[in-house]
Design a protein. Sequence first.
Length: 334
Amino acid sequence: MQQHSVIEQLIQSHIDFITQQFSNTELLKEEASHISRWLFQQKLANLFSIEQISAAVTHLFIGRSMSQALQSDIAQHIHLMLLHPLNQSTSLQDVIQTKHIHDLAHYIASKSTHRQKLIQDVVHHPAFARVFTDLIQHVLNDYFEQSMSAQRPSVSRFMKMGKSVFENMTDLNFTKTLTHYLEKNVAKLGDLSEKMLNQQLDDDAFYNLQCTLWEQIKALPLHILSQYIEVNDLTHTVHLAEQFPQHLSQTAYFKEQLSDHIVLWYTKYQDQPLSHLLHTMHVSEQALEHSILAVIQPFFQQMVQDEYIQNKLTTQLREFYYSDHTLNLLKQIT
């Protein structure tokens, strides 16, 4: 392509003008304000279709697993958080407000129906029955064979003799008989346990229990949390934790749930101006303007500094100015 000195000067002037625009802080601020105002006036449906939003969300949440590098980074940050020197001098009450604990305790305690259902399910579960039976049997055996023998040896000998007579007359093992009795009456024990727990854990008692527990632990330093987490195995822990959402995101259940929620959300907001949606997320027009400026200003300034814009514009403007149509227009001027 044969170059023309005047056209080359035009191209350079054009490039200088645009780079000055991108380097002008006040102008960028004004543009950010215009963009923010324009966005606030747009309806969601005018900017994005439900298919576009669905595709974007699906890309983010379905079938995407964390890389090993990201897992390692997360583990490092958790490790730092748990072992940070500030944890030695910072207590639980420094980061958690007591009022919030009391509010949460009130809320949990008020759910008496849910609590009673949970107690019922627990005490009538076969696992609870087995533990309860084993516990009673252990306590009785310990009482007869340990406590009574230490306190009253004569009574202990009498109890052992009675146990021996019982086994000889009935041809039954006393321990097995006791176990059989407990297992046979486990339903009654469950009912009794349920009744006693509901009496002991009414709304007020449950609220006081939570508040008392908080009072006991609120002054503890945060570093106590590291006692319950294996900090040297965090990379493996993060990997295991990531496997659950990774598998869930690929199930038909999750995909249909996600699709239905997107439809519900889009139907609710599609005819609303974007300002309404942003206000629900506590984003004001000024905050959006500031965020846009914070992104575009260093972005454009760095592209100008690296001469990316200048090089890109040189190629595009040469194609424009040396096109037949533009050359014909320039000839008309001269």
